[in-house]
Design a protein around this ligand. Structure first.
Ligand code: SF4
Ligand code: SF4
Length: 241
């Protein structure tokens, strides 16, 4: 016990440069060519309909808004395709250039204010979102702040598949935000809406209820990928102003 306390006191936590790759075992982007005879099996194994056979060089397309990075298609492809350990970058509905904190201030002229709404998540996305503010990711160095009210927010960050219980809250949060406003669907539930299938309790993806500008793939996404989406949002917001 004392050794654990001793180690905790000795270890120091430093803010890191943003990195868009995880540990060696992290399941990120899917690469490789899938042979014709295995494509149907890969598609059938995908629980969210993200893997689709296609007549392109890879032999398939992946809808990363839906993908939960479960590895089922990779297992069926018997080594022909694999997960890289790099994040899939945010899917933007408009072209957004890479921006830095300096660029945010220069272009937006102020910080970016974010309101979070959990529309029905398992909470893993919310935990990763919380990690954005820790000393390692240090979200505040980019001039991004999380607000308590949608009335103060530039961007609504939605996690979780939209449930019937939270549908109205999502609509009301969006309507309470001042123009110009952006919506970011964070994680496969909010972005793809297929994670928990269809039921009387589920509406689906966030874009069934409000217009979405940025989709962050992942289940859950890593904090660095969420920050990349927020930085892109600052650029998009400036374009809307
Ligand atoms: S890794 Fe993604 S695309 Fe492959 S089976 Fe799982 S959810 Fe589908
Ligand atoms: S995307 Fe995955 S981690 Fe995020 S709320 Fe849905 S099930 Fe949980």
């Amino acid at each position: 016990m004392f050794k654990v306390i001793e180690r905790l006191l000795k270890d120091k936590i430093a803010t890191e440069e943003l990195s868009f790759s995880g540990s060696e075992r992290y399941r990120g982007k899917i690469t490789g060519s899938c042979p014709q005879n295995l494509r149907a099996a890969c598609a059938a194994a995908c629980p969210v309909g993200a893997f689709q056979p296609a007549e392109n060089e890879a032999g398939y397309t992946i809808d990363y808004r839906r993908c939960i990075f479960c590895g089922a298609c990779v297992a069926k492809a018997m080594g022909a395709i694999k997960h890289e350990n790099s994040d899939v970058m945010p899917v933007l509905t408009e072209t957004a250039a890479e921006v830095t904190a300096a660029a945010i201030k220069q272009k937006l002229g102020r910080s970016l204010h974010v309101r979070h709404l959990d529309a029905g998540s398992c909470n893993a996305c919310d935990f990763e979102m919380g990690a954005m503010s820790n000393p390692v990711y240090d979200l505040h160095r980019f001039g991004v702040h999380v607000d308590a009210s949608p009335r103060h927010a530039d961007l609504l960050m939605v996690t979780g598949v939209v449930t019937r219980n939270l549908e109205q809250a999502l609509k009301m949060s969006y309507e309470a935000m001042p123009e110009p406003r952006l919506v970011m669907a964070c994680g496969a539930c909010a972005a793809g809406g297929n994670t928990y299938g269809e039921s009387y309790a589920i509406v689906g993806a966030a874009d069934k209820v409000v217009p979405v500008d940025i989709y962050i793939p992942g289940c859950p996404p890593r904090p660095a990928a969420m920050i990349a989406g927020l930085l892109a949002a600052a650029d998009m917001l400036k374009a809307k102003m």
